[in-house]
Write a protein that binds this ligand. Structure first.
Ligand SMILES: [Cu+2]
Length: 68
């Protein structure tokens, strides 16, 4: 598994965190997710390509970019 570090903007409360977690799991049920809302940081450990996660998070209304 690879851990991808994302910056996700627009998470304003705990509901948003759950929302992002749900979306990530909808892409990969086996993904491990860590969210630090104060830092706009989302880590996703997965075997899948990160692009699908970005697309899903953005479709949910958040801004998501991969940290390089
Ligand atoms: Cu919220």
């Amino acid at each position: 598994m690879t851990t991808h570090h994302l910056t996700v903007l627009g998470m304003t409360c705990g509901h948003c965190e759950k929302d992002v977690s749900r979306v990530v799991r909808s892409v990969d049920t086996d993904a491990n997710i860590r969210i630090d809302r104060a830092a706009n940081a989302v880590s996703i450990e997965t075997n899948q390509a990160i692009t699908a996660f970005i697309v899903a998070i953005v479709a949910e209304g958040y801004e998501a970019t991969v940290n390089t």
